[in-house]
Each structure stands twice: as structure tokens, then as C-alpha cells.
Design a protein around this ligand. Sequence first.
Ligand code: SF4
Length: 336
Amino acid sequence: MKPISYARPTTAEQAVSTVTARPRTVFLAGGTTLVDMLRIGAMEPDNVVDITWLPLGGLEHTPEGGLRIGALAKMSEVAAEPDVVERYPFLLVALWKGASAQLRNMATMGGNLMQKVRCSYFREPGHACNKREPGSGCAALDGMHRGHAILGTSPMCFATHPSDVAIPLVALDATVTVWGPRGERTIAFDDFFLLPGNTPHVEHPLAEDELITRIDVPPLPFATNSHYLKVRDRESYEFALTSAAVALNVADGTVIDVRIGLGGVGTKPWRARIAEAQLIGKAATTANFAKAAAAELAGADATHPMNAFKVELAQRTLVRALETVRPQVYLLGGFK
Ligand code: SF4
């Protein structure tokens, strides 16, 4: 392993100025992704800036009634927050199912959003990978791609975004606030993740000297009726083949409002706006859930042999998640 310099600033200003002064510098938080990447040689920075001593942890309530999550808050801290347990159950389940207990105690919320794709060719130097080495090609096209994306793909890259917790966060219209030498700015969660297009190595609209400081989760009263369903090859310590984060507001059998995020299928955390628009104002029936799911997946990329099964599986996952949060009283009334 080549030598890497290490700095441990105690203020955000010091952290950012260190990155500005030294090219090929990366931030280190919980280290649950970065340390892996350094070990296997998939990332080769010259300098690491350890930001774990910065005062960017904790959770607060916002004046609007939402949650403000510090970028360095641990996944386990957020999962233990009573407001998350009571008001955002799909966020709680995504935190539980997103990592083992050991990882939840180390991984930070900001780091979770910045984690790297699990495409094995990205993680194995020596294979063609446009994301790791722009212009080198994509070994996954003719290789193993069972876990790869079917939404938001490009011929340059179709690696799946691996985060679970990002799926309810995109459904909740969370925001990400970053800070750098040019000041603070807040980015809508959906805009924080970029589609691969022709530049799959550019994953976020962040300058190298910008640091995530917090994630804001707005209030959403009907999120008390929410669920995160994760489908995977084994029940523990595994990434999603498909997942759905849903919050549903039904009155008199009609969908008043709905939020849907899909995981395991997109090159970014996928907000299912087509399905949402199709459901609002309709009867909360399984048939309408299936129609909305089909509309969302109509544009899916089913051209790759190993992951084409996800088109059907994603629809079934979404329908099952919506059925789970549909008020049972309507089932008794004869919903189909
Ligand atoms: Fe690299 Fe993306 Fe192709 Fe995987 S799918 S090899 S990450 S370019």
C-alpha cells in the first residue's frame, strides 16, 4: 500500500482548507466504505482528512416539526431516536436493514449517502470501469450484473446505488446541506445523486472542497403509515435486489397522498413520481397499485440478461409494500 498523509482537523474550516491545499485528498468519516476502498486499491488518494472530530453529529427538531440529522450522526443513533421510531417507521426499518449492528455503530449518515457502488468491477482494479477510470469501458455489460440497475441507466454505467436509508429519504423530500469556501448551500435529495449519463464518475453535484453538514427531513404526518420492504437473496447482511419505501394516506378508500422510493433498481435512489401521480385520487386497490407500479417500470432497461427479472420483481415489491400500509378497514369493506 502506498503512503497516505493523515490530518485530523477540529473545525470545518480547517478540514476544507486542508482539502483545498492538497490535491487528491478525501474526507474520512466512519470509514466503512473508504477503508475497504483503500485496502483493495480502488481509491488511491494521497491524503485523508479525518472529519470525525468535527461537531457535525446529533439530531435536532426543526421549527417546522421535522428532523435535522447531523452528517456525522451514526446510523444507530438515528434508529434510536424516538421521533424516527414513531413518525418515520420506513426510515427506521431502512436503517435496520441497511447494515449490521456493527456497521450501524460506525457508519455515518453523511457517509451513507456518499458510499460507493457495489459493482465488483468497480472494486477490482484491472477491470474496465467507466466510473473508476473514465473512458475505460464497462466490464459489467458482458460480465456479472445480476444486482445492477434497470432505472436511470446509461451505456456507460448501470451500477445500482446501494443505500437503503436513502430510499425513504428521497420519498420524504429530504435535503442535504453542504458547506465550503463559497458558503453553505442546500440541495434537494433527489438532485444530490446524479444519473451516470456520459460521466458516471461524477456522482454528486459537490465540489471537492464541500462537506456535507446535515440532512433535513421535513415533517410528513402520514409517514406514520409507512413501510420499507427489502427483497434480497438472504435475510441479513445483503444488498437489495429490489426495495420499496412507501407512505400512504388513504381516506374513504381513496388515495389522498402517497410517497414512493425504490431501491436496488436505480442508478440513484429512485423517486417513483410516475406511480405517485397515477395513484393519487384513485381507489386504494391492489389492481390500481399494480397499474401504478407497471407505469413506473415501463421505462426500465430490460436489455441485460441477468437483471431483467428485476422489472417484474420491482413491481411486485412495490405492490406488496403498498398493500402492507393500506388500512385494513378497507380490506374488510371488500377491496380487491
Ligand atoms: Fe464500472 Fe458502472 Fe460498469 Fe460497474 S456498471 S463496471 S461501476 S461502469
